[in-house]
Structures are given as structure tokens and as C-alpha cells.
Write a protein that binds this ligand. Structure first.
Ligand SMILES: Nc1ncnc2c1ncn2[C@@H]1O[C@H](COP(=O)(O)OP(=O)(O)OP(=O)(O)O)[C@@H](O)[C@H]1O
Ligand SMILES: O=C(O)[C@H](O)COP(=O)(O)O
Length: 394
């Protein structure tokens, strides 16, 4: 990476504004998945050990520039204190005099968690005044929020123009793993693309077709490809305006010598629900009134085989409606194939695929699970991430 990292600056005794992504799933005030908090610990612990005054900032949810009581970072602060084994002070605001006084009282190695930065309208607008107000709090800026690096906001981009700005350890690791995979992949290199819509994956498919040896398609978006190839798909998800695009991807794969894999069978259901009737059918035999909600057993075998022969696999998007057990088998089969494949480096591109791997208790078996959903997707599209671009060059 050509950007400065935490190891390139001296933070002893300095006030460090450290942007993290503590946007964790929460239900009734309880954190339901703390992966992102744990992923930020190495940077926070490093700053503590170096004797920095650690000022943590994060967004949470989408409060749209207003204070929303349920979106305060208080529960995150409590959990972070437990995980660090030391007191984390929680501010009720994210800048201004009250915050400055709290910082003045800090000793080296102390940790302060600011309030949700999205309570201020200037955050998402990347308001230069708000960026300055954040910068006034500190001597050094560390961006460890890979999950929010695709957003050009005041705490992810604007602030970097006012302070020495470096990446944190998580940011560095994410960029290293994903960057190496895309620029210098071990081969055979396979991408597995699933999820609901073709629309969301156009850029990723386009970019990956230039790089991979195998492209595997699954999930709801697969049925637009199946329809484009002339098969009836019943009530399965269809984006009628993407049929030509789907065919152009298949053509491009042929031209590039990329093996393009689509489902050969499916689990179809007469309703989108847990108690629907369901059955296995060949892909050319999806009944008119049924919808395909998962890849079938023959497809799973083919995909497993490709995975096992790959040296590197990037996976983004589930193979079926994995939230419903009946239609989780295809996603689980892919996760298991990745877990069992020896000598295969597996990169999970965040979001729903990461949630699926967690659900099947296979997270430990993956080589790298990205903490970014949208951010990893944009990275895989080949886009530059504003939160990274703004950091100081080496
Ligand atoms: N065959 C299908 N029919 C309908 N919905 C499907 C099908 N397969 C998968 N899905 C749904 O697609 C959703 C995931 O798609 P989505 O594109 O939102 O996620 P993703 O690709 O993981 O992206 P992100 O990283 O942003 O979370 C899941 O909720 C899943 O139930
Ligand atoms: O959850 C995420 O993908 C990041 O925290 C970014 O959140 P956002 O999509 O609300 O900007």
C-alpha cells in the first residue's frame, strides 16, 4: 500500500482521532454481532500501548443528521470497555467545548468514544467546517474504518486534509488482502457472485471478468442470466432491463476465456416463506407459478468442485434465501466447500456473505472476512475509496 500507516507516525502523548466503523447490528439495545468492534481492537490496543490519547469516532445507522436516542454509541462503549479490559469514557457529543474538556483531562493510554458522528448534518455532506471541528480535537488522524471508506464524509475524508493522516491496522490489512487478490492473484482465481440483484453487481462482474479464471453466479440475480439464455424462470427474481447485459457478460466471458458457471438446477417454492411447498428441479423446468430460492444439489456439486481446484476465491452475495433454513443449503454448501478446500485462500466480501458464514459457524475457517459491505464491493469494482485516497502518501 502506498499510504502511510500507523507505524509511520509517532503517537506517544499525542491526541489521536481514530475513525472506526462501529456500525454493528443491534437489536433492542443489544449488539448482535461484534465482529467490527473486535476487528478494530488491534489498532486501539496499539495506540494505548504507545501512550496515545485515543479519541474514537464512528457512525451508527442512518440518523440523517439528527440525534436519535436509539442510535447513541453508548452500548458500543460498554462492550468496548469489556473487550479492552479498561474504562472507555463515552462523550455525549462528537466535537465542541464539552468534548475538548474531556480530552484535556485525558492521560496517555486513555480512551474516549465520541457520540455518533451522523447526528450532525455536516458529516455526510463532508462539511469543511465540521471536518475542521473534528481536526481541532487532535494531533493525528488514523482511519481504521474500512467499512466506511467508500463514503467521503467529514470524519472519513474531510478531516484528513487538516492533520497528519494515516491508515489503521485493520484498514491496512483489508487493503492488502483485497488489493493483492485483485492485482496479483494466485491462480486458478474464482469469483462467486450472488445476492439479490444484477443491478448491484454490474461493476463487480465487469471488473472481475478481466481478472478471474472462473466466475460463478448464484442467488436471485442468477435467474436474469438463466432467462437471458432462453429458459423460463417462473416467478423467480427477474430484472427484465438487464437481459441484454446478462448475455453480454456471458459473451465477454467466452472472449476472455473465463469459465462462466450458472445454476443447472434449483430449489423452487410456491411461496416466498418458510412453510412454502418446495422441490428440486432442473433449471429448464422451473414451473410457471413457482420461484427459485436456492441453487440445487447438482449445482452445489459443480461449484464445490471449482472451489476445490482454486487457489484463490472471492465470494460476495448468498446463493439463495439463506435467512430461511429451507433455502440456506446452497449458501451453506459453498461456505463448507470453502472451509474444506485445502490450499485455497478464501476472501469473503462482507455484508450478507459474511453474515451467512457466521450463521453456519464457519467464520474461523475462512482466510479473510472483510468488515466492509459496500466498501469491499466498491473496491472489487476497481473504484478508489475516498477515505483511503485522502490519507498521506508514503
Ligand atoms: N433466489 C433468490 N430469490 C430471492 N432472493 C434471494 C435469492 N437468493 C438470495 N436472495 C436474497 O438476497 C439477499 C442478499 O442480497 P444483497 O444483494 O442484498 O446482499 P449482498 O450481495 O450480500 O450485498 P451486501 O454485501 O450489500 O450485503 C438476501 O437477503 C437473500 O435472501
Ligand atoms: O455498514 C456499512 O456498510 C458501513 O458501516 C457503511 O454504512 P452506510 O452504508 O450507512 O454508509
Amino acid at each position: 500500500m502506498n499510504k502511510k500507516t500507523l507505524k509511520d507516525v509517532d503517537v506517544k502523548g499525542k491526541r489521536v482521532f481514530c475513525r472506526v466503523d462501529f456500525n454493528v447490528p443491534m437489536q433492542d439495545g443489544k449488539i448482535t454481532d461484534e465482529t467490527r468492534i473486535r476487528a478494530a481492537l488491534p489498532t486501539i490496543q496499539y495506540l494505548i500501548d504507545q501512550g496515545a490519547k485515543v479519541i474514537l469516532a464512528s457512525h451508527f445507522g442512518r440518523p440523517k443528521g439528527k440525534v436519535v436516542e436509539e442510535m447513541r454509541l453508548t452500548p458500543v462503549g460498554v462492550r468496548l470497555s469489556d473487550l479492552l479490559g479498561k474504562n472507555v469514557q463515552k462523550a455525549d457529543e462528537a466535537y465542541g467545548d464539552s468534548v475538548k474538556s474531556l480530552i484535556e483531562a485525558m492521560n496517555e493510554g486513555d480512551v474516549l468514544l465520541l457520540e455518533n458522528v451522523r447526528f450532525y448534518p455536516g458529516e455526510e455532506k463532508n462539511d469543511p467546517e465540521l471536518a475542521k471541528s473534528f481536526a481541532e480535537l487532535a494531533d493525528v488522524y488514523v482511519n481504521d474504518a474500512f467499512g466506511a471508506a467508500h463514503r467521503a464524509h467529514a470524519s472519513t475524508e474531510g478531516i484528513a486534509h487538516h492533520l497528519p493522516a494515516v491508515s489503521g491496522l485493520l484498514m491496512e490489512k483489508e487493503l492488502d488482502v483485497l488489493g493483492k487478490a485483485l492485482s496479483n492473484p494466485e491462480r486458478p482465481f474464482t469469483a462467486i457472485i450472488g445476492g439479490a440483484k444484477v443491478k448491484d453487481k454490474i461493476g463487480v462482474i465487469e471488473n472481475l471478468l478481466e481478472k478471474v479464471d472462473n466466475l460463478i453466479i448464484g442467488g436471485g440475480l442468477a435467474y436474469t442470466f438463466i432467462k437471458a439464455q432462453g429458459h423460463e424462470i417462473g416467478k423467480s427474481l427477474l430484472e427484465a432491463d438487464k437481459l441484454d447485459l446478462a448475455n453480454s457478460f456471458i459473451e465477454k466471458a467466452k472472449e476472455k476465456g473465463v469459465n462462466f458457471y450458472m445454476p443447472v438446477d434449483a430449489i423452487v417454492a410456491d411461496d416466498f416463506s418458510a412453510d412454502a411447498n418446495s422441490k428440486e428441479v432442473a433449471i429448464e423446468e422451473i414451473p410457471a407459478d413457482w420461484e427459485a430460492l436456492d441453487i440445487g444439489p447438482k449445482t452445489r456439486e459443480i461449484y464445490r468442485d471449482v472451489i476445490q481446484k482454486s487457489k484463490l476465491v472471492i465470494w460476495n452475495g448468498p446463493m439463495g434465501v439463506f435467512e430461511i433454513d429451507k433455502f440456506a443449503g446452497g449458501t451453506k454448501a459453498v461456505a463448507e466447500a470453502l472451509a474444506e478446500a485445502e490450499g485455497t485462500y478464501s476472501v469473503i466480501g462482507g455484508g450478507d456473505s459474511a453474515a451467512a458464514v457466521e450463521k453456519f459457524n464457519l467464520a474461523e475457517k475462512m482466510s479473510h472476512i472483510s468488515t466492509g459491505g459496500g466498501a469491499s464491493l466498491e473496491f472489487m469494482e476497481g473504484k478508489e475509496l475516498p477515505g483511503v485516497v485522502a490519507l498521506n502518501d508514503k
